[in-house]
Design a protein around this ligand. Sequence first.
Ligand code: ZN
Ligand code: ZN
Length: 210
Amino acid sequence: MVHEILPVGVLQCNCSIFGDEQSGDALVVDPGDDLAEIERILARHHLAVKAIVITHAHIDHIGGAHKLHVSTGAPVYMHLDDEKLQDIMGLQASWLGMRMPERAAIDSPLRDGDVVRAAGQNFHVMHTPGHTPGSISLWLPPEKKLVAGDTLFRDSIGRTDLPFGDGEQILRSIHEKYFGLPDETVVVPGHGPLTTLGREKQFNYFLQGM
Ligand SMILES: [Zn+2]
Ligand SMILES: [Zn+2]
């Protein structure tokens, strides 16, 4: 399986490209920006995008979704509880001094327990609200990989002081949804370096006493 992670945009959001060499199908998570670079990686692996998954509707994660949808025809998957963040995209753009991207239409609403089949893999959807109401995480059992969006980082957790954030809810999400996964699970956070769940349980200040 191809799994390329590239930091995109001013906030260096980790965009993941999962690809299946056999079928040439790809799933792209959080194409926030830098579409040319994403397309270069897809071309290098001879991949065609079949699904675009948004972990949450912050501009650094969703900003390039409409463009990628238009250029590939792939459906956009997102939890509808984050539509209210799409409604304030102009405000989000102003925080970063960016131009407002065109709104991505959500083709496939995601719910907790859904399985997105793409790129030769089953991506298990976990609703992990707190950083935003519609934040989701993707769990790949055979790879023991967790794409966490901005819910969990190496040594930190997602901020909850932005509109619709909830500090108690993010801790509940981490405890209820992540703590049942194996310690060796590789966490792909929304920003910064990869980590493992075991490492975060041991050293992450925010997860102590859970
Ligand atoms: Zn975010
Ligand atoms: Zn982010």
